[in-house]
Design a protein around this ligand. Structure first.
Ligand code: SAM
Length: 452
C-alpha cells in the first residue's frame, strides 16, 4: 500500500475523534473520505474497513491487548491505545497484511505522533500478540456466560447481560453474532417508476449484486457498488436507501389514498416518502423534524422523489400544534431512541449509550407520544416505532401509552408476510431481532384511536 502511513494516521484520527469526543463514526469517516478524495479506492476501503472493524471489535481487542501488555488499555495514553487497537485489528482480522508491516507501521506512527519513548512498548506488545496463540483465551463460558459473550461478540457487559436476561443465551448469541456480520445496504424500489425486476436488472448490468428481501417485494439488498450517489438510478429517484424494518413500519401504517398524515420525527424522510408513495400522490404527508438542517435533508429527498403530496416543516414534536389536533388519519411516531437495533451499522452507539441515557430517551418518547396522539382523529391510527431492542422504550412504553390514552392495539398481520406473523403481531406489535429476522432490530406497534 503506497500511502500506508497516511491512511493509518487517518484511521488514528478517526478513532481519536470517535472514542475521545463521542462523534458518530459514520459522520467522521464520511468527512475524512470527502476531505481526502484523491485517495484511491484501495486506500479508501482500507480506512473504512480498519476504522469500522476496530470500533466493532474494540471490546475484544482491548481484552487481547490486556492479556499481553503490562499496562492496561484503560491506563494508556489515548494515542497509544488507539494505535495499538487498529494494529491489533489488522493483525487478527486482515490476513493480507504481513504482521511485520503492521508492527513497523504502528511503531513509525507512534514516533510521528511524538511518543518516541513508547515506540519500544508498542513494538513489544504487538510482536507478542503476533507471536502469541491465534486463539483468544475467553472468559469461562459456563461460569461467566455474560462476560464470555461480551468479549466474544465485543459488546458492553451491561447490554449483553440485559439481553441474556430477556432472551436467553441462544437468541442473544444470534443477535450479537448478527451485529458482527457484514450489513448489506438495503434499497426500496420506487415502484411508481420502475419494477423491482427491472431495477435489479439495471443494477446487475453495472456489476452490482442484488438479493430480494423475503419480506417485501420492492426491497432488495445490494452489494459491490462503489459510490451510491453516482448511480444514475439513484439520481433519478428510482430507489431509496432504506432498511427493510423501516419499510415494514410504513407497511403496517397502511396509509390510504387521500389521507392526512403527520410524520412527527421524519428526517431524513425515508418513511415519509414511502408513505407518500403508497398514497399515490394523493392526500398530504407532513414530514417534521427539529432543526432546519434536518428538514433540509427531508426537502432534498422530496425533490429527488418528484412527489407532490408531501411537505417538510420544522416543528418540535414536544410542542403541541393546536391546528393539527384531531385532523390526522395517521400519525407516524418514529421516535429518537437508543438505536440498539442498529449496532451492526453504527458500532459506536454501544460505547456511547448507557442505562441513564435510555431512561432519558424513554422520558422524551413519552413526552412526544403524550403530545402527538392528539393529532389523530377519532378512529384514526398512530404507529409507534423505534430502531431499538429495549423493553423500556418499546413494550413498556406501549403499556404506558395504552394506560394513559384512548387507543387500542390492532393486529398487524394483514400487512405482514406469514414469516413475520406471531402472537404479538396478532395483538398489534412486532419486535424485529437481527440474526433472528433478516432486518435491523426494530420495534413497531399499530394503535387505533377509540371512537368512530
Ligand atoms: C429515528 S429518527 C427518524 C427517522 C425517520 N423517520 C426516517 O425514517 O427517515 C428520529 C428523528 O427524530 C428527530 N427528533 C428528535 N427530537 C425531536 C423533537 N423533539 N421533535 C422533532 N423531531 C425530533 C431527530 O432529529 C431524528 O431525525
Amino acid at each position: 500500500m503506497t500511502n500506508a502511513v497516511n491512511t493509518r494516521e487517518l484511521v488514528l484520527g478517526i478513532l481519536m475523534e470517535v472514542t475521545g469526543k463521542g462523534t458518530h463514526s459514520h459522520l467522521v469517516i464520511r468527512d475524512v473520505l470527502s476531505k481526502y478524495q484523491y485517495l484511491g479506492k484501495q486506500e479508501r476501503s482500507f480506512i473504512t474497513r480498519v476504522s469500522i472493524g476496530t470500533l466493532e471489535q474494540m471490546i475484544l481487542i482491548d481484552y487481547i491487548i490486556d492479556q499481553f501488555s503490562s499496562v492496561k488499555v484503560k491506563k494508556m495514553k489515548p494515542v497509544i491505545r488507539n494505535i495499538l487497537r487498529s494494529a491489533v485489528y489488522q493483525l487478527k482480522w486482515m490476513d493480507s497484511i504481513p504482521d511485520s508491516a503492521v508492527c513497523n507501521e504502528a511503531v513509525k506512527l507512534t514516533r510521528k505522533k511524538g511518543f518516541q519513548g513508547l515506540s519500544g512498548f508498542v513494538n513489544g506488545v504487538l510482536r507478542s500478540i503476533a507471536r502469541g496463540p491465534a486463539e483468544v483465551r475467553y472468559p469461562d463460558e459456563k461460569k461467566q456466560p455474560a462476560e464470555y459473550m461480551s468479549v466474544r461478540y465485543s459488546q458492553p457487559l451491561w447490554l449483553t447481560q440485559m439481553w441474556l436476561d430477556r432472551f436467553g443465551p441462544e437468541t442473544t448469541g444470534q443477535i450479537l453474532g448478527a451485529f458482527l456480520e457484514d450489513s448489506p445496504t438495503c434499497i426500496r424500489c420506487n415502484t411508481g417508476r420502475i419494477s423491482p425486476e427491472e431495477l435489479a436488472k439495471r443494477l446487475n448490468q453495472q456489476g452490482i449484486e442484488t438479493t430480494s428481501s423475503p419480506y417485501i417485494r420492492e426491497a432488495m439488498e445490494i452489494r459491490g457498488y462503489d459510490y451510491l450517489g453516482a448511480l444514475p438510478e439513484f439520481e433519478q429517484g428510482l430507489f431509496q436507501v432504506q432498511d427493510i424494518s423501516s419499510m415494514l413500519a410504513v407497511r403496517i401504517a397502511a396509509p390510504q389514498k387521500g389521507d392526512t398524515v403527520y410524520d412527527v420525527c421524519a428526517a431524513p424522510g425515508g418513511k415519509s416518502l414511502y408513505l407518500a408513495e403508497l398514497m399515490q400522490n394523493t392526500g398530504m404527508v407532513t414530514a417534521r423534524d427539529l432543526t432546519p438542517y434536518k428538514v433540509g435533508l427531508i426537502e432534498e429527498n422530496i425533490l429527488r422523489s418528484g412527489l407532490t403530496n408531501i411537505r417538510a416543516q420544522v416543528w418540535d414534536a414536544c410542542a403541541l400544534d393546536e391546528a393539527a389536533v384531531e385532523t390526522a388519519d395517521l400519525v407516524l411516531a418514529d421516535l429518537p431512541c437508543s438505536g440498539l437495533g442498529v449496532l451492526g451499522r453504527k458500532p459506536d452507539i454501544k460505547y456511547h449509550m448507557s442505562q441513564g441515557q435510555i431512561r432519558e430517551l424513554r422520558g422524551l418518547q413519552r413526552e412526544i407520544l403524550g403530545t402527538v396522539h392528539k393529532y389523530v382523529k377519532k378512529g384514526g391510527v398512530l404507529v409507534y416505532s423505534t430502531c431499538t431492542i429495549d423493553i423500556e422504550e418499546n413494550e413498556k412504553n406501549l403499556e404506558w401509552f395504552l394506560s394513559q390514552f384512548p387507543f387500542h392495539l390492532e393486529s398487524i398481520d394483514p400487512y405482514l408476510c406469514a414469516a413475520l406473523r406471531s402472537n404479538t403481531t396478532a395483538q398489534g406489535y412486532l419486535q424485529l431481532l437481527p440474526g433472528v429476522h433478516r432486518a435491523d432490530g426494530f420495534f413497531m406497534a399499530r394503535l387505533r384511536k377509540d371512537g368512530e
